[in-house]
Ligand binder design. Structure first.
Ligand code: AMP
Length: 171
């Protein structure tokens, strides 16, 4: 766990002044660290019954795809607008500054399916909350949310009190 903490690089003032960006690219390029990260994220999900994982564009895809392979589940991409080719459902949500929109294929989640939502970082929780709303809008159930990193001081959990949250590294 300490090895993972050390390999994640803090980049100050990215993408804007005052934000300390958690850069996971050194972790991804180190085979042993990436494998460990996936093992830690997979562990609490092994005992859960669910149908598929959602990866949130774009770093969420990396973790969700590896977890899908490890856990024997499907991977559903949630993307920025205009990227998915078939009919989509959309959600817009508030960020710290401004708002954002994400899309999912309208037929990707069937009513009653249990879904695990995956991203690299839980910050303010706005993105994860938006995706949880999207899953519920099409009749799915959020089984859990899984993040490699949680930035505790941004209190993202406060927006996600209805859900089980699994994180590996807390800052
Ligand atoms: P939020 O909606 O505030 O929880 O932001 C979550 C999204 O923004 C995730 O997809 C993260 O990848 C990204 N993000 C937010 N803050 C950071 C940060 N300090 N370092 C790296 N990624 C971040």
């Amino acid at each position: 766990m300490e090895q993972l903490r050390q390999i994640i690089r803090d980049v100050p003032d990215f993408p804007q002044k005052g934000i300390v960006f958690k850069d996971i690219t050194p972790l991804l390029s180190d085979a042993q660290s990436f494998r460990k990260a996936i093992d830690y994220m997979a562990a609490p999900l092994k005992s859960r019954e669910f149908d598929a994982l959602i990866g949130i564009e774009s770093r969420g895809f990396i973790f969700a795809a590896a977890l899908a392979y490890e856990l024997g589940k499907g991977h559903i991409p949630v993307r920025k607008p205009g990227k998915l080719p078939a009919d989509t459902v959309q959600v817009s949500y508030e960020l710290e500054y401004g708002s954002d929109t994400l899309e999912m294929h309208a037929d990707a989640v069937e009513a009653g399916q249990r879904i695990v939502i995956v991203d690299d970082v839980l910050a303010t929780g706005g993105t994860a909350r938006g995706v949880a709303d999207l899953v519920e809008k099409v009749g799915g159930k959020v089984e859990a949310l899984s993040f490699l990193i949680e930035l505790d001081f941004l209190k993202g959990r406060d927006k996600l009190t209805d859900y089980d949250i699994c994180t590996v590294l807390n800052y």
